[in-house]
Write a protein that binds this ligand. Structure first.
Ligand SMILES: Nc1ncnc2c1ncn2[C@@H]1O[C@H](COP(=O)(O)OP(=O)(O)OP(=O)(O)O)[C@@H](O)[C@H]1O
Ligand SMILES: [Mg+2]
Length: 365
């Protein structure tokens, strides 16, 4: 057609360079023939270097992606898989959708497309839980008012009775006091949800916070767990409330300790700096850079599938003595700090990642 013939031709390299899906072309011998810009970023490596190497130099031998490449090389159809875990020193841990398509005209050559599970999806889930946390906030104030006050009256009355009670009745008055204390402790935990606009934000060294929480864990619920620390000492400070940051990691590490096997339980605490994640969070116009990433990884059995969509909601629990408030509180505090929390879970490897803003010049006096 005359109208289209006049249009300038488009360089396909530029087109592939502009898309956010990582594209790699691999020959029959496993040699990398082409990578686009997104793939360079994903593997933190330049195209010239990658094209001189094999795909097996960038992926572990047991990688699902290599298995899919093998399948596609012997076929004329594309193969795809969702929720594939990509975990290499270059890429870090990511969950991707993989599609491998054979180039039928060149037998053995395949095109690999890797698409990372969008952060937006994860954040969407987190914002939903923020709403859930808000309803807990309202409930917490009601409980504090309507339950705690009468309870202190009941407890006081039981103590008065105790003074004149015989030995048998004293067992009962003690029972009343103990149970009242237990309910007060539960309500206290819920009160942590109530909005406190006067939190003191200051520059907090996140490694000191993790150190503190690890010590608490080792002295109690994490006694039999091996902790491995992998910290980036050059990390800048977080702008936050130290006690609340302790609460975040105490809850995450406690959950991890409760998930790992009794023997051989292992928790990896790591921190790092990431470029490029900018987010506009509710209530603020500006997009904020969230460069600090704290990960808590455990080798437990993983998060049950049916829990995942509502994991950060209040009262979601699989434990007989759990309240299901831990992660709801974590999501609320992370959100209050302008951060984001996400998780990836397969058996023997569950990772919670908390992304936080760093202190910027002029923010702390
Ligand atoms: N690291 C993990 N591995 C496996 N499952 C987890 C992990 N962290 C959380 N979960 C699951 O999520 C549920 C909710 O966790 P959350 O911390 O909110 O409550 P809880 O631990 O059950 O109770 P509480 O925190 O009050 O003791 C847990 O019951 C558990 O099933
Ligand atoms: Mg918990």
């Amino acid at each position: 057609m005359a109208a289209t013939a006049a249009l300038p031709s488009i360089d396909t390299g530029l087109v592939l360079g502009a898309i956010s899906t990582s594209v790699l072309v691999v020959g029959a011998d496993g040699g990398i023939r082409y990578v686009n810009g997104a793939a360079e970023q994903l593997f933190a490596c330049g195209s010239a270097f990658m094209c001189g190497h094999r795909i097996t130099d960038f992926l572990p031998a047991d990688s699902t992606i290599l298995a899919l490449v093998g399948q596609a090389q012997g076929s004329v159809n594309s193969v795809a898989e969702h929720g594939v875990q990509l975990d290499t020193p270059r890429t870090g841990h990511r969950t991707v959708t993989v599609q491998v398509s054979p180039v039928v005209e060149q037998p053995g050559t395949v095109v690999i497309c890797l698409h990372e599970q969008s952060l937006a999806l994860k954040i969407g889930a987190q914002l939903t839980s923020r709403n859930a946390a808000r309803s807990v906030t309202a409930m917490a104030s009601i409980l504090a008012h309507e339950v705690k006050n009468p309870l202190s009256g009941i407890r006081g009355a039981a103590q008065l009775l105790e003074q004149n009670a015989g030995e048998d009745d004293r067992v009962l008055t003690r029972l009343i006091c103990d149970e009242a204390d237990r309910i007060v402790a539960l309500v206290d935990r819920m009160e942590a949800f109530s909005d406190n606009p006067n939190v003191e934000r200051q520059a907090v060294n996140i490694h000191r916070v993790l150190e503190h929480v690890r010590r608490i864990a080792e002295a109690g619920f994490g006694r039999n767990v091996r902790f491995i620390e992998s910290y980036d000492p050059s990390l800048p400070s977080v702008l936050g409330d130290r006690d609340q940051l302790v609460q975040i990691f105490l809850n995450l590490i406690k959950n991890a300790c409760e998930a790992v096997p009794e023997k051989g339980g292992e928790i990896i605490l790591s921190t790092g700096y990431q470029h490029g994640v900018r987010l506009a969070l509710p209530g603020s116009e500006t997009r904020r850079h969230l460069p600090l990433v704290v990960s808590i990884q455990d080798n437990g059995s993983g998060i049950p599938e049916d829990l995942r969509p509502n994991l950060f909601d209040a009262f979601v629990t699989t434990k007989t003595s759990g309240t299901g408030l831990g992660l709801a509180l974590v999501a609320k505090i992370v959100g209050d700090h302008g951060g984001v929390i996400e998780f990836d879970s397969v058996p023997r490897r569950t990772i919670f990642r908390v992304m936080l803003p760093m202190v910027q010049d002029g923010e702390v006096k």
